[in-house]
Design a protein around this ligand. Sequence first.
Ligand SMILES: [Mg+2]
Length: 396
Amino acid sequence: MTMKNLQVIALMDCDSFFVSCEQLDNPDLKNKPVCVLGNNDGCVISRSKEAKAMGVKMGMPYFMAKKEFPNAIYISSRYQRYVDISKNIMAFLMTFSPTIEQYSIDEAFIDLTGLRRLYRRSYVEIARMIRTEILNKIGIPVSIGISTTKTLAKLASNKAKKTDGVHIIGYRAIKSELQNTELADIWGIGKNTAALMAKYGIKTAYEFSQQSDEWLRPKLGIRGVQMREELCGNSVFKVNNSKILPKSIQNTRSFANFTSNKNYIKNSLIYHINNSCFRLRELGLKAGCVKVVLRTKDFRYFVEKKLFVSPTDWDTDVVQTVIPLFEKIYNKNEIYRSSGIVLENLIKSEDLQMSLFSNSDKETKKEYLSQCIDKLTRRFKKNIVKIGYAESPKND
Ligand SMILES: [Mg+2]
C-alpha cells in the first residue's frame, strides 16, 4: 500500500479496560467471565471476553445480570486505579510518537506519519510493537487500528478487536471497507444523521462517501462535508496534543413544531445540558457560567445567565442552575421556536483548584459517574444514559 503524502493515524483502544486492570492486579481473574460494575454497583460497565461470550450486555443492571448470569464474577470499580494505569499507558505512548491525543480513559490517537523511516518498520509492524510492549511492560491488552484519518482509524480499531489486535485500512482498501460498513457504525455519525441519510437511501459508509458538497451541506452542514472527507481518506480532524480550547460550548436546536409547552421546552434544555456536559468532559473542561436562550416564533430572544458557585462539568449542577433561569424567562403566552444552552468561562479541569468548600469525596464520585456515563454514551451513540429525568425532546 502507498501512503505517500497522507497522514498515518492510529487509534489505540484498550481491550475491556476496567476488567483488564482488575486482572492485572489479580491474575486469578484471568480467562474468567468478569464484569466491573459502575454507578454505585448499579450496572455493568466493563466485561471480559468470557463475560461477553456468556451474554452479559454492556450497561446491564447488576440485579438483572446477577440473576441471568450467576456464574460471572462481579467487581466494584476502582476508578482511581484505572486513571493511574491509563496515565501510564498514555505516557508510554508518548515515547513512540510526540503527537498523541488521549480521547478517553482507554483510547488515544497516535500520529504515526513519517515514523516508518525512524523505526525502519512498516506501520503495521510499529503497531504490533506498541501493542506487545504495552502488554509486556504495563500488562494491559490493547487493539490498534491504523489508517489515514481519525475516523478510519477508529473503524480500523473496531476491526482490530475482532481479529488479531492490529488492523490497517490502507488507502486502496478504503472503498471495500466502507462498502461493508453501515453508516451508523461510523464514529461521529449519530443516530439521527444515520436515520436522515437512510431516508435518502444511504445505508453504507461508502454511499455516504460518494455524496457531493452541494448535496451534503444543506442537510448536514460543514460537519457532513468533513465526515465525507475523512471517510475518503483525507484527514480533516488532526491528532491534537495541544488542544485549542473553545471559548464556549453551545447547544441550540429548533423545535420540530413551534410550542408553548413548558415541560417540552424544559426537557429540551436538559437534553442540551446532557450534550454540553458530555462535550465539556470530553475536552477536559469545566464551565464557570451558563446561559439559557429561548427564541420565539417571531425571532425575539430571551436570555438569562448565571455564574456557578464553582466551575462544573456535571449535568445535575447545570440543571439545578438552569431551571430557575428558565422559570424566569418562560412565558406561557409565548410561542417558541428554539431553545439553547451556552456554557461559558471554560477552564481546564486540571487547572482548577478544588474549591475550599467542595467535598472531595463527592467530587470524585461525580467524576467517576460522569466517566461511566460518557463511556456508555460513546458506545451506544448519543444519549442512551441520562442523568435525572431528561428525554430526547419530542413534540407532543
Ligand atoms: Mg476500550
